[in-house]
Structures are given as structure tokens and as C-alpha cells.
Design a protein around this ligand. Structure first.
Ligand code: 5GP
Length: 213
């Protein structure tokens, strides 16, 4: 991708979807493909799933630990999702943005609303939808990471979450991973090029106008 000349203002890419719609795989690939995009690693009170590692997928913590972080103001946002607490640590986000880097958040709509409320100009919200509810159910069962009652609960909640897609800037239907990924990458690339995120534009325009041929 073509990079703009000069310093850019970092953006926050907020990606939400119901559990199982593929947002985690899409997010991880976008971060892997872009050196100046960082993933915000959330803290959570839920227990690690098989294969998850503390500090990689999440910072796993107990409720008192989470509550004291929240009380200290360590979170940019936090919310209760599926009966567990999830929060985005503020410090790594602030230092990434200050260094002109972008940050991707894999967070629910409640958290996305909080971040947008705090810094609307710096946020881009993308919602990932499954093509059908049957497809979502199939994916949740196929990944076999949760117990059947947990899956049933997540599916039930998915209806309420999907409703929130209406307030997002972009919506991607994940019926084909490669196409969905390409859509996500295009959104990210275009948003990086917004004039408001590229303060160097004013100087370049002044320079160009002053250049006499
Ligand atoms: P899971 O337990 O399946 O990893 O995540 C459950 C939900 O919590 C997902 O919708 C995920 O996007 C959301 N989530 C993960 N981290 C955060 C966070 O830091 N803040 C908020 N608000 N939601 C989060």
C-alpha cells in the first residue's frame, strides 16, 4: 500500500461482531499484514480457552484485579459481556497513537460506543455480520471451544448484538473470508488517507502553490 508522506495521526479501528462471525481471524490477519497497526490486548475475567495464552489473546485476570484496574482508571473502556468483564488497557493505546501508529480493537458495541464518545474523530467502526444465523451457529459449534450451554447463550445474545450493526460506519458480511478480509483492508487503507489524519497535507498544498514554474 502507498504510504502518505510525513507524520499521520493514528486511528482506532473498532471491530465488533457477535461471537463466531470471524472478527478475531480478520483482525489478527490485518494486524499481521500491517507493521504500523497494533492489536489492543484486552483484560478479561473469563477463563482462557484451550490454546489461548496469557498476554497474547487476553490478559486473564480475576474480578478483584479487574475491578481495581477499572477503579484506577487504567481502562480506555470496559464492559460486561456474556457475564464476564472485558476492558481495553489505556496506556498501550495512548503510546501507540502518540507514536503515529494505529490500534485495532476487537471489542463489543458497548466498548466501541465508549471509545467513540471519548475520541470520535480518531475512530472507525466496522461491524462483521454472518451471512445467516444458521451459519453463525455452525461456526460456533465447529470451533468447539465452548460448552453447549455457553454456545446457546452466545447465540441468544447474537440477536441483540447484530442490531447494533446499524450504528457502525462500515458493515462487512463474512460469507467468504478472503473477500471479507479484502473489504476490511480497503476500509483501513482508505481511512488512513483521510485528510484530517494527515496534517502534512496543508504544508504540501502551501509548498505546491508557492512553487512557480
Ligand atoms: P470472547 O470471550 O469470545 O473472546 O469475547 C466476547 C466478546 O467480548 C467479544 O464480542 C469481544 O469482541 C468482546 N471484547 C473483547 N475484549 C473486549 C474489551 O476490551 N472491551 C469490550 N467492551 N469488549 C471486549
Amino acid at each position: 500500500m502507498t504510504d502518505a508522506p510525513g507524520r499521520r495521526r493514528g486511528l482506532m479501528l473498532l471491530i465488533s461482531s457477535p461471537s463466531g462471525a470471524g472478527k478475531t481471524s480478520l483482525s489478527r490477519r490485518l494486524v499481521a499484514d500491517h507493521a504500523d497497526l497494533e492489536l489492543s490486548i484486552s483484560a478479561t475475567t473469563r477463563t482462557a480457552r484451550p490454546g489461548e495464552m496469557n498476554g497474547r489473546e487476553y490478559h486473564f485476570t480475576d474480578r478483584p484485579g479487574f475491578e481495581s484496574m477499572a477503579a484506577r482508571g487504567d481502562f480506555l473502556e470496559w464492559a460486561e459481556v456474556h457475564g464476564q468483564c472485558y476492558g481495553s488497557p489505556k496506556a498501550p493505546v495512548m503510546s501507540a497513537l502518540a507514536a503515529g501508529r494505529d490500534v485495532l480493537f476487537d471489542i463489543d458495541w458497548q466498548g466501541a460506543n465508549q471509545v467513540v464518545g471519548a475520541a470520535p474523530q480518531d475512530c472507525v467502526r466496522v461491524f462483521i455480520l454472518p451471512p445467516t444465523m444458521a451459519d453463525l451457529s455452525r461456526r460456533l459449534h465447529a470451533r468447539a471451544q465452548d460448552k453447549p450451554d455457553v454456545i446457546a447463550n452466545r447465540l441468544q445474545r447474537a440477536y441483540g448484538e447484530i442490531e447494533q450493526a446499524q450504528s457502525y460506519d462500515y458493515v462487512i458480511v463474512n460469507d467468504d473470508f478472503d473477500r471479507a478480509y479484502s473489504d476490511l483492508a480497503h476500509i483501513y487503507h482508505a481511512e488512513r488517507l483521510r485528510r484530517a489524519r494527515n496534517p502534512w497535507v496543508a504544508d504540501l498544498v502551501t509548498q505546491l502553490l508557492a512553487e512557480k514554474l
